[in-house]
Design a protein around this ligand. Sequence first.
Ligand SMILES: C=Cc1c2[nH]c(c1C)Cc1[nH]c(c(CCC(=O)O)c1C)Cc1[nH]c(c(C)c1CCC(=O)O)Cc1[nH]c(c(C)c1C=C)C2
Length: 509
Amino acid sequence: MQKSPTVAIIGGGIAGLVSAYYLAQKATLSKIPHLRILLLERSSRFGGWIRSEQLPTKYDSHIFELGARTLRLQSGVASLSSHSAINTLKLLEQLNIFDSQFCPIDKTAPANKNKLIYYNKNLVNLNDLSFIYGGKPLRYPPIVYGLYEYFSQKGRYAVQDESIKSFIYRRFGDVLGEEIVEYLLDPVLKGIYAGSVTNLSARSVLKKVFDLEQRHGSLLRGMLKTRNNKQKEDPIHNLFNDLNLKDYSSILNKYAIYYLKDGMETLVKTLVDHLKSSSNVELISNQHIQKIKFLENNVEISTRSNEIYSADHLISAMPSFELANLLDDKQHEILRSRLNQISFVNMIVINLLYLKENIFPKEAFGYLIPSREQSNLLGVLFDSCIRHTTDKQKHGSQLTVMMGGAWYDQLRLGQCTDEQLLAIVTKELKKQMNLDEKPLVYSIGRLNKAIPNYNVGHQDVLDDIYAIIRRDKLPLTLVGNSYRGVGISDVIYDTRVEMEYLNLNSTIS
Ligand SMILES: C=Cc1c2[nH]c(c1C)Cc1[nH]c(c(CCC(=O)O)c1C)Cc1[nH]c(c(C)c1CCC(=O)O)Cc1[nH]c(c(C)c1C=C)C2
């Protein structure tokens, strides 16, 4: 009997699960129903950093999220394509959890409008840094920064890549640049990558903005010239017929972000249930992979428990550094070294529930702390405000403190005990929010190497990686947040694109 063609997916986080989902769909549509899809996960559970813990009823079943807690409906600084948001909505519909789980946040709600920064003992709205707060922390209205950038001839040259700090200083000069970096980009990039403006790449992180500036000599000029060109800016917008922005216009016009009623892990659990019922997908947990070998006609995956899986194609949905460790050091020396060049930061995520109601100085999404304020925290999320629709009936107030990121080692957070971390948090929350309460319950998550930082040269590293895969004809596809986007919807959409481009016929011939 002929062996079924097999695609192996390594890594059971969201990227691995949606790889299996889209691949199974594609196999059916491409009339390859006998395709075997094997998903191998190291631990006993699926979902990676997406993890939701529902507290007992005595704590009103509040939900603690370890990782992401909201999904965006609008494309933003960090997003890959405007279609990634509606692709996730479609997925929720296909999995039949849209009606029961989708909790949108109105564009006009405080949890969307009020993204704050901690500045000089105050919480200031990021949207009106130079207006409401008496001209501080930004000294001038936005038009001044815009006009300077538009007319400045200085720093108008081609750049392969540079740090975000250097990009802003080049375009806005040292004086205006310093303000924009310290009070806008430093905190905002903490709130996305937990990363530093001196390392993060302008080309990879501010992709659209950097491209516009390089093409038009000025970022504002580029924005004005292309403002009616939205669709042309998005080269892959037509790839999927089922993603029609018009179908979702009522949602997209009204809402900005959303959360899932029972937590983000609902998406993972529903995907797992769906995949378990698919005849051609096998989900195998507790498989600690030790080695990956690319042979002439197949890929061999061996595990610590001496199991050997053979596949025609491999999809790596693990972080880049983990994949690097599994490859043969002699045969794939350069590929390993490039994969290892993608850096990751450690995070500490502390969920806290307080007995007292309305502990927040202002209804908001939360606040970020510029490095200049010298805090041990990166930012604080106001979960009770974010989850207002469902949590308003619940007692108490809930927030999440984020620590670490690019500053994890410098602050020696790895050496702190839980008690020490809690003491730091209590002191900082007292200072920043005037919060003098002890939490009823808390949970401390230590997320090692959780968020990739696309540092200067990231695109060159990716180009090298893709070139090696092509040159050596490796049957390998890379998905996950290590490469092309860190948001959940971007990872899901990017994975769908990769599965669409995967040529199953050549893979299995
Ligand atoms: C303080 C640390 C962090 C906070 N959130 C994250 C970290 C590291 C993680 C994160 N936040 C965003 C993304 C992008 C993906 C996505 O939403 O799809 C990730 C991985 C989104 C985001 N959060 C904030 C901003 C300005 C953005 C970008 C939105 C856009 O692209 O339009 C603000 C923000 N993040 C945190 C806080 C406390 C905060 C604001 C006050 C926490």
